[in-house]
Design a binder for this molecule. Structure first.
Ligand code: XMP
Length: 511
């Protein structure tokens, strides 16, 4: 098997995933494993290099995570970052100083010695985030760079190809950090650039065919980017042995299901089973106002409808899911070897119930990588760039009771809002934008008439992965146009407000 890959061991740093992304941007495949990986497993993966991530612990701590004993004697190059550097020193009898100055933020790195890791670089700005620092070197190591506060900031044992840096080359505040990672991955580990969207597609198609054999696969198509790209990839791999179903919950954005059907018909010559579930969903949601109850009802209704739909394909042995990397691995895998998998609301519980095996080709990918795969497969750009949309749909954007009238109001407001965002050229700067309908009425005046109507909230956030988010600074003139149009064009709304809550403390959705 191709071993052009880098293994990243996670010691709990908030930046571990960024290391993986940066290595892949260099064109080399990287995967993250918990620090507690067994030696046999690591040898089976057979990486060309190992990166030890940072982490919040002190190497002296009782709970300090350590890798298996002879990790430095495998003949595989190692790069330790921050806590990773301290581990290299501590585990090989160097001394880590707990009383050193804490250092957070920018620092100037001064290179002391020509070396392969920092090759091609001059002194530069780096990003520090550490408490402990190195006091004395383990045998066989030498200092290759320092900063004012860290006399030992980068080290090497060039014979054993073991390197360590106190700073974080993976974050963008470390100018030229990517060159350091590239020097390690390409020059020191000798990896060639074999990772790209198209190589991923070829490899996935091969794997899917091998995995599925003669079996058939069912795929629940939500209309989001992940499940859409997944369906196109699977279709390319196994053609008619793929059966896609799209459940229209009646809680979709305006004309969403129609658009999705058109996309597949026009671009991919694939037939998708459209299941109209709006009566079932809206019937069961009638009178329900509690957010958790709404979610539970929707999850269960999805399963019921999907179950009925899927029974017709009784040769199907597989269920495809668009699970992504951030769903699979938690950066805190340092707390234990178990990985946490987000249960997919729409097909949760189904695989066990129906005896289906899971197929998840995107388990190793980040959202932007799925987008690149989509583009490579010919999914139109406008679709690939679409904002995420939650499975429970508008049900969690209509606070209070869900009725057909209220769905209509929020769909119209949302369509105008998104249209104006697109007109202003801001759509791609925003992670997610949508309208929310509140169960609150307020007094207004339109023409000479008093109104007593609903409040619409506009929400727009920037984010990298949806885990944290900032509210988007929407320009005033754009807000003004949005507000005017929504109040003029959507009956039932007489007040528009803009949400300026970040996550945390808020969540992106309102329910
Ligand atoms: P929150 O509201 O938790 O949302 O900040 C984070 C991201 O997840 C999306 N979201 C969901 N997606 N099923 C989904 O498929 C759900 O039940 C669900 N709830 C929230 C949300 O839109 C945002 O992108």
């Amino acid at each position: 098997m191709n071993n052009e890959k880098i293994l990243i061991l996670d010691f709990g740093s908030q930046y571990t995933q960024i290391i993986a992304r940066k290595v892949r941007e260099i064109g080399v495949y990287a995967e993250i494993h918990p620090f507690s990986i067994k030696k046999e497993k690591l040898l089976e993966i057979n990486p060309k290099g190992i990166i030890l991530s940072g982490g919040p612990n002190s190497v002296y701590g009782e709970q300090a995570p350590h890798p298996f004993d002879d990790i430095f004697n495998l003949g595989i190059p190692v790069l330790g970052i921050c806590y990773g550097l301290q581990l290299i020193a501590y585990l090989q009898n160097g001394i880590v100083d707990k009383s050193a100055h804490r250092e957070y933020g920018r620092a100037d790195l001064i290179i002391d010695k020509e070396n392969e890791l920092l090759s091609g670089l001059n002194s530069m700005q780096v990003w520090m985030s550490h408490g402990d620092s190195l006091k004395s070197l383990p045998a066989g190591f030498e200092v290759i760079a320092h900063t004012n506060n860290s006399p030992i900031c980068a080290i090497q044992n060039s014979l054993k190809k073991i390197y360590g840096v106190q700073f974080h080359p993976e974050v963008h505040h470390s100018i030229d950090g990517k060159t350091i990672l590239s020097n390690f991955v390409r020059n020191i580990c000798g990896c060639t650039e074999t990772w790209s969207a198209s190589s991923f597609i070829d490899e996935s198609i091969r794997k899917i065919r091998e995995q599925v054999g003669d079996g058939e696969v069912i795929c629940a198509l939500s209309g989001g980017v992940d499940s859409t790209v997944l369906a196109v990839l699977l279709h390319k791999a196994i053609g008619d042995k793929l059966h896609c179903m799209h459940i229209d919950t009646g809680l979709m954005r305006m004309n969403e299901s129609e658009k999705l059907m058109d996309l597949f018909k026009q671009n991919f010559n694939m037939s998708i089973e459209l299941i109209n579930g709006s009566d079932k969903f809206l019937g069961r949601l009638s009178g329900v106002t509690d957010p958790e109850q709404k979610r539970k009802i929707i999850g269960k209704s999805f399963i019921d409808l999907f179950d009925v739909g899927a029974k017709r394909f009784n040769n199907a042995k597989w269920l495809a899911q668009g699970t992504l990397y951030p769903d699979v691995i938690e950066s805190v895998s340092v707390k234990g070897p178990s990985v946490v998998i987000k249960s997919h609301h729409n097909v949760g519980g189904l695989p066990e119930k129906m005896g289906l095996k899971l197929i998840e080709p995107f388990r190793e990918l980040f959202k932007d990588e799925v987008r690149a795969v989509g583009r490579e497969l010919g999914v139109p750009d406008w679709f690939v760039k679409r904002h995420p949309f939650p499975g429970p749909g508008l049900a969690i954007r209509i606070l209070g009771e869900i009725t057909p009238e209220r769905i209509d109001v929020v769909q119209k407001a949302d369509a105008i809002y998104i249209e104006e965002i697109r007109n202003a050229g801001l759509y791609d700067d925003i992670w997610q934008a949508f309208a929310v309908l509140l169960p609150i009425q307020s007094v207004g005046v339109m023409g000479d008439e008093r109104t007593y109507e609903n409040t619409c909230v506009l929400r727009a956030v920037t984010s990298v992965d949806g885990m944290t988010a900032d509210w988007f600074p929407m320009p005033y003139d754009v807000l003004s146009r949005m507000s005017n149009r929504i109040i003029n064009e959507v009956r039932g709304i007489n007040r528009v407000v803009y949400d300026i809550t970040s996550k945390p403390p808020g969540t992106i959705e309102w329910e």
